[in-house]
Write a protein that binds this ligand. Structure first.
Ligand SMILES: *Cc1c(COP(=O)(O)O)cnc(C)c1O
Length: 377
């Protein structure tokens, strides 16, 4: 049996090696290292895949979020609502721009932003909401958009973990994650569902005016060469990464299906024990399982389980052990333990098992067998 990894990028590469090399070689042969045809081709192919008017490639997912918020030029101290249970990047860029991250609770079953708590946190200073489609399923966007509209707030979707996921509105209209709000941000970090072989990111929007602004900001605020209309940044998707992503985009749906199969198998295997609470998918979304994250009935067993599995050569991870409102970097807002009880409870209880596109059935059987064995000891 091959060694078990959280994400098997080695095995995935082996299957598409020749195609990838050919695309990379084209960039090398033509020396189109910056914003060449690989970038523009990938951009239009992603626009088509997502059915969105504009994709703005950039250097990484964190930049994607930052550039969106730069485009709006919100006043210093304006409030941006984010779930406390998310990766820190979502929160970081808000603080970096001198805005105030306002945390809200998540639902304990889907791990996504709690719409009632969100609405209760809106003040006269609130300007935007950043829902995160955590682990690969969409937040409750229809209700969220209604709240945003009612209070005249912008919505920026953090879809770094959910590229390719579908969201279904109650009228049956189905769209891709990241294309519902004013703008969406995604990441091509190697382990993401659409991963490059280095850093990468993109913004998506259907708003022409916003798209033009975003393209300017990622390019030093430049409207035409050497004319700078606003303060920008240098945030480009590398051409070699774009060439790689162009190949991998063709496989994204297949990759997401492979992840779903792994998740289905875990779900049925773990249904046999009440020690494990398997992930729930809301009825308005599908789940592309960026992570397969379960809740332990008994949180005090998590450390032991992690160690037990590691001893058998099975990695497991905690996404995320510390809620953002209790991170040292954000303590200046005066949040304290007990402010977000569900988030805090989840941070103590969740554990993620290996999930990727190359899982062999003997590997997954071995993981399942050992997890179940742990609970029978
Ligand atoms: C990965 C990730 C990001 C950041 O993406 P980078 O490309 O690493 O900057 C932002 N938000 C979430 C939820 C993520 O998982």
């Amino acid at each position: 049996m091959e060694p078990i990894r959280m994400v098997d990028l080695v095995g995935q590469y082996a299957k598409i090696k020749e195609e990838i090399k050919e695309e990379i070689n084209q960039v090398l042969d033509n020396a189109t290292f910056i914003n060449g045809p690989a970038v523009s081709d990938f951009q239009s192919e992603l626009e088509k895949y997502l059915s969105v008017k504009h994709v703005i490639p950039c250097a990484n997912g964190t930049d994607a979020l930052q550039v969106i918020m730069m485009a709006y030029d919100f006043p210093k101290g304006a409030e941006v609502i984010v779930p406390s249970f998310t990766y820190v990047a979502t929160v970081e860029v808000i603080a970096l721009l001198g805005l105030r991250p306002v945390f809200v609770e998540v639902y304990p079953d889907t791990f996504n932003i709690d719409i009632e708590d969100l609405e209760s946190k809106i003040t006269d200073h609130t300007v935007a909401i950043v829902p995160v489609h955590l682990y690969g399923q969409c937040a409750d966007m229809e209700r969220l958009m209604k709240v945003a509209k009612k209070h005249d707030l912008k919505v920026f979707e953090d879809t770094a973990q959910a590229i390719g996921a579908n969201y279904k509105f109650s009228d049956g209209n189905t769209v891709k994650a990241g294309t519902i709000g004013d703008a969406g941000a995604t990441s091509f970090f190697p382990s993401k569902n659409l991963g490059a072989y280095g850093d990468g990111g993109a913004i998506m929007t259907n708003d022409d005016e916003l798209a033009a602004k975003l393209r300017m900001i990622v390019n030093h605020g430049q409207s035409e060469r050497y004319y700078h209309d606003s303060i920008g940044v240098n945030s480009r998707l590398d051409s070699i990464q774009a060439a790689i992503l162009k190949v991998k985009l063709k496989y994204l749906d297949g990759y997401n299906q492979a992840r779903q199969q792994v998740a289905d198998k875990y779900n049925s295997a773990f249904a046999t024990t009440d020690e494990i609470i398997t992930p729930i998918t809301a009825n308005f979304t599908n789940h592309v399982y960026h992570q397969y994250t379960i809740k332990l009935k008994d949180a005090s067993k998590r450390n032991e389980l992690n160690k037990y599995l590691a001893a058998q050569g099975i990695p497991s991870m905690i996404y995320y052990p510390v809620p953002n409102h209790l991170q040292k970097a954000y303590s200046y807002h005066g949040y304290k333990e007990g402010d977000f009880k569900i988030t805090e409870d989840l941070c103590s209880r969740v554990i993620s098992f290996p999930i990727h596109t190359e899982m062999q059935s003997e590997q997954q059987d071995f993981i399942i067998e050992n997890v179940l064995k742990f609970f029978s000891l």
